[in-house]
Design a protein around this ligand. Structure first.
Ligand code: FAD
Length: 414
């Protein structure tokens, strides 16, 4: 793989960009791989990348039914933060956030990580208590956050309206090194690095069956034929229960649509991410100038990757209170993705009842930020059978009642 650099850009500019290579190969599947990862979203690709980088396992296929990054990874609003309450969550999300800091250099691909700061507004007494508690927990976990006053909020975001008609802003949980990154670039950067290590990324290939022999995985049946493997990783977000059923087990998870929208581009007016979880709306400004806006999930289970009008109304109404300038904006696009929600709002990264088969799902509305940490941990679990970062996220916690309750950090917030 040719390295991207300022010199490469200058050289290609001089020869009409005729020398760029394809970023990744598109091979036909082989008959057998050491590891198959189903799902070429950020989590699947990151798992493959760290299998190669940290454990030297490169006879790997990543199988994707659509195009890579076309699931939730390419549909999310890219908020990155690690201000969760429980210790296992803080550990994995902070690992991910810290990997984002150097991801562009690591992958030789500009993922546009922008640690611009994330504010989570407290708009009720209950939220103040909840976020102060999180700030104290974060201090013990080594995650840098603080609870700030309404005056400080106004300094950070001058366009905010502190005295909303329903809920005033009473303070906020502030994570200065939280922020955003370019979602497609994260998927493309990992894909390019995986392909460079000799892994096969097989797009437009749906897994339709999981072959199990004597309790262990033997391979998968796909729209491009059967493919054998020694180990299988299921990393398919909202489709996780469908795939698990093909392998003969069930997952404690629901699939619901989560929607987002963007406005027309405007001049820079807000250089942080603001989440208003009581009124159900959040917003940041993209590098192109669009206001990137999101709200809550649909109230019913479904698999439609689409937006709906009632959500636009609800979300924009919420943001109008917090940012009255939103009422003057035209909205450009709206879309949806199917998110995988567990009862305790924490992910599942786990062995399964089928031998040599592993599952990574349940990231719900907030898994973009976790991609590098989750891939790191899932690769370790698949390669060695154990990862300190995944121990508490086993699917068995639902049998044992050892929930990792993140409903405050992840119920609405992304
Ligand atoms: C509107 C919206 C806003 C969001 N905002 C944020 C945010 O601001 N911050 C944040 O951290 N998170 C956010 N999220 C959540 C985040 O996007 C997801 O948690 C994360 O992208 C999940 O990544 P993934 O790799 O697990 O799944 P995906 O990216 O969905 O990848 C799974 C892939 O598996 C493929 N697949 C499924 N079934 C099969 C099969 N049978 N065979 C082959 N391939 C299959 C799918 O096509 C898909 O490409 C948001 C999500 C949405 C929808």
């Amino acid at each position: 793989m040719k390295r991207y650099s300022v010199f490469a850009v200058a050289r290609e500019a001089l020869r009409y960009h005729s020398g760029w290579e394809r970023a990744w190969r598109s091979p036909e599947p082989k008959r057998h791989y050491d590891v198959i990862i189903v799902g070429a979203g950020g989590h699947g690709l990151a798992t493959a990348y760290y299998l190669g980088k940290n454990f030297g396992i490169t006879n790997v296929a990543v199988i994707e039914k659509g195009w890579l990054g076309g699931g939730n990874t390419g549909r999310n609003t890219t908020i990155i933060r690690s201000n969760y309450l429980q210790d296992p969550s803080a550990a994995i999300y902070e690992k991910a956030r810290s990997l984002y800091e150097t991801m562009s250099q690591d992958l030789n691909y500009n993922v546009m990580f922008s640690p611009r700061g994330v504010l989570m507004l407290a708009q009720t007494q209950h939220e103040i208590r909840g976020y102060k508690r999180t700030a104290h927990a974060n201090a013990l976990q080594g995650v840098s956050t603080e609870f700030v006053s309404p005056e400080r909020v106004k300094e950070i975001v001058p366009i905010i309206n502190l005295d909303g008609p329903r809920y005033p802003v009473l303070g906020a949980l502030w994570q200065e090194r939280g922020g955003t990154a370019r979602h497609d670039a994260v998927a493309w950067g990992y894909a390019r690095a995986c392909s460079d290590m000799g892994m096969d990324i097989i797009q437009q290939c749906e897994v339709q069956g999981v072959r199990v022999v004597n309790g262990r995985v033997a391979g998968v049946d796909t729209t491009k034929g059967p493919i054998d493997c020694d180990k299988l990783g299921m990393v398919v977000a909202g489709n996780a229960s469908v795939l698990a059923e093909q392998a003969g087990f069930r997952l404690p998870m629901e699939s619901v649509a989560l929607q987002a929208l963007v406005s027309e581009p405007i001049k820079p007016c807000m250089d942080v991410v603001v989440m208003a979880n009581t009124v159900h709306g959040y917003m940041s400004q993209s590098d192109k100038g669009e206001m990137v806006i999101g709200g809550g999930t649909d109230g019913f289970n479904n698999y439609t990757q689409r937006g709906s009008f009632h959500h636009i109304e609800e979300t924009v109404r919420a943001l109008n209170e917090t940012f009255p300038m939103v009422s003057r904006l035209k909205m450009l696009r709206q879309w949806g993705g199917i998110v995988d929600v567990t009862g305790d709002r924490s992910p599942i990264i786990s062995k399964t009842p089928v031998g040599n088969t592993f599952v990574n799902c349940g990231w719900g509305t907030g898994g973009f930020k976790a991609i590098p940490g989750s891939g790191w941990a899932m690769a370790e679990l698949m390669a060695t059978g154990h990862s300190p970062l995944t121990e508490e996220f086993s699917v068995d916690r639902f049998k044992e009642g050892k929930f990792i309750d993140e409903s405050v950090a992840a119920g609405v917030a992304h």
